[in-house]
Design a protein around this ligand. Structure first.
Ligand SMILES: Cc1ncc(COP(=O)(O)O)c(C=O)c1O
Length: 381
């Protein structure tokens, strides 16, 4: 990459091993419902230390199946975070239930357990935990609330692949956890997801739900329930197997790049580096926070003009046009979530990023912030 080439936001690491395994699938003639999917599931179950893993066509599909398995329907409420990708809450809506958004912690950006407990009503049926930006939510505290109120729990760990809380892997806490493998994630299958669970009954149900409600004994074209076509193909699973083989290296690469960023961003006035707390972050994005007086969109515009890709990330779910129009949500409902969402910027972040590229991004960021400060016009929010 030349010194002036645009630095992309994300870039997957794809090499000879991915091509070799994909080629093996193509030559085998079995492109779906084949041994590569089974192998991919086994690799993950073993890596995390759970009894079962169910591959599916996306993280969204995995979330939908887990929520569907709780038997949710119209009139039910599920508490979740608005500081997430829209798929978290959409998966709740697919079941007919209503997402109820709990306020987040200003440091971890994950749901505040006290806010979750305060959001419980007689209609609450479940909590959808989200581990945002690869930092684990307060899983034990949320599970305690769920146990005391008799609520189901599903975990959206789509951004927290291979993550843990106090060293205990997400997915091993007794409720299902879902990863997403879109191309910007810590590892990818192009599109895809996986559900991790220790529960053999849930495993059988998820295998059926992801495969058109196929009967539990797997009989040919016998469908015992309404299911979905949420299968992952063997072509995608082959990419995934190769990616898991290089996952430790890619994670180390992300952590190294994050370290370079943290050191430099700390020195830029008006920008806060990403939170470092007691838990390990499974590095997914690098999204520092701008001071509130800065016009984030203007800073992003200056970065883009300097050849540095940057995006406002994450928009909060409750203020998406659809959630405002159909569900009546309004600004001001979740002040902490909205303030975070209005001030975080995703910068280029991928395992093969060089220190020189990080330097270039940070120089551009420092210059953009200084220019905005110099412009002296406070942002209208
Ligand atoms: C927090 C979160 N939840 C759910 C999803 C949905 O995953 P997918 O895109 O694989 O459907 C994503 C993926 O981007 C995500 O970041």
């Amino acid at each position: 990459m030349s010194a002036h080439e645009r630095i992309p936001l994300a870039r997957p690491v794809i090499g000879a091993r991915e091509r070799e395994l994909v080629d093996e699938v193509l030559r085998s003639g079995q492109l779906s419902l084949g041994p590569f999917v089974t192998r991919f599931e086994e690799v993950w179950a073993e890596r995390i230390g759970v009894r079962h893993a169910v591959a599916c066509s996306s993280g969204t599909a995995g979330l939908h199946c887990c929520l569907h398995a709780l038997g949710l329907g119209p009139g039910d409420e599920v508490i979740t975070s608005s500081f997430s990708f829209v798929a978290s809450a959409n998966a709740i809506l697919y079941t007919g239930a209503t997402p109820v958004f709990a306020e987040v912690d200003p440091h971890t950006f994950n749901m505040d357990p006290a806010a979750v407990e305060a959001a419980i009503t007689p209609r609450t049926r479940a909590i959808l935990i989200v581990d945002i930006f690869g930092y684990p939510a307060e899983v034990p505290a949320l599970l305690d609330i769920a146990r005391r109120h008799g609520l189901g729990v599903v975990e959206d760990a789509c951004q927290s692949i291979d993550g843990d809380f106090d060293g205990r892997k997400l997915g091993t806490f007794g409720h299902p956890a879902v990863y997403g493998f879109y191309a910007n994630k810590q590892m990818t299958t192009a599109e895809g997801g996986i559900v991790l669970t220790d529960d053999p009954e849930l495993y059988r149900l998820l295998k059926s739900l992801t495969n058109q409600g196929r009967s539990d004994d797997g009989q040919w074209l016998v469908h015992s329930r309404l299911g979905f076509n949420y299968r992952l193909s063997d072509v995608h699973a082959a990419i995934g197997i190769a990616q898991v083989e290089r996952l430790d290296d890619m994670m180390a690469g992300r952590a190294r790049v994050a370290g370079w960023y943290q050191d430099r961003v700390r020195a830029i006035e008006g920008v806060s580096p990403m939170f470092e707390g007691p838990q390990r972050r499974s590095w997914f994005v690098y999204a520092p926070r701008l001071d509130q007086d800065l016009d984030r969109d203007a800073v992003i515009g200056r970065l883009e003009a300097a050849g540095v890709s940057a995006k406002p990330y994450l928009p909060c779910i409750h203020l998406q046009p659809f959630y405002r129009a159909e569900h009546g949500h309004r600004p001001g409902e979740l002040p902490v979530t909205e303030a975070i969402s209005a001030s975080t910027v995703a910068l280029p972040f991928f395992p093969e990023m060089t220190e020189a590229q990080v330097e270039r991004v940070c120089e551009a960021l420092g210059a953009a912030v200084a220019a905005e400060r110099g412009a002296g016009v406070p942002a209208a929010r």
